[in-house]
Design a protein around this ligand. Sequence first.
Ligand code: HEM
Length: 162
Amino acid sequence: MKVRYFQRILSVILVITAILSLSMVGAFAKAPKKNGNYTVGVQMWNAEKNEPSMSNAFFKKTAKLRVKDGKLTMTLYANSKAIRQTLQGAYKIDMKVSNGKGGYTPVKVVARDSTGSPTAFQFTLPNTKKYVPVKLNPHVAAMGNSYVDARLKIDYSTVKPA
Ligand code: HEM
């Protein structure tokens, strides 16, 4: 009788521990609210299809996120080695990010490599959603030398203080 009682208490404790640890894993699944600098996992995703964009390999998978009074500023890094290999030499990439109201804002290039090619892009996130629409123009003839749609996929469960 005593053993059974003990087992019951033990299983209740186990369940509570499991629920608590699950909720702690999920604690960062949403965008951070506290002011500070963070890193976050990102991918470039296709605009319509549920799959990575052909440009996914051209961007680093960790971005920086700065939170200041509710404003989220992201710095996204180009995988310049992969782009230079594909585009053979220096490259140009223009990017725009959704303003969350149907429009797009041009992205600021905040770093360039020795060839003058952009390596870091900075912009304000329009919201804290998982997918943020972007437009990319890598000045490639096969892509019509114009902007094509993609989505930045932000995995807030990977947020870490930087
Ligand atoms: C020699 C290099 C490249 C070639 C030949 C190429 C070719 C293509 C072609 C044929 C398409 C499909 C047609 C279209 O949607 O317009 C496409 C789509 C696309 N390309 Fe490129 N591309 C190149 C480099 C790049 C680079 C460097 C980027 C961005 C950094 C990029 C971003 C995209 C995006 C976002 C799409 C839309 C479809 C998707 O997301 O998968 N491309 N590209």
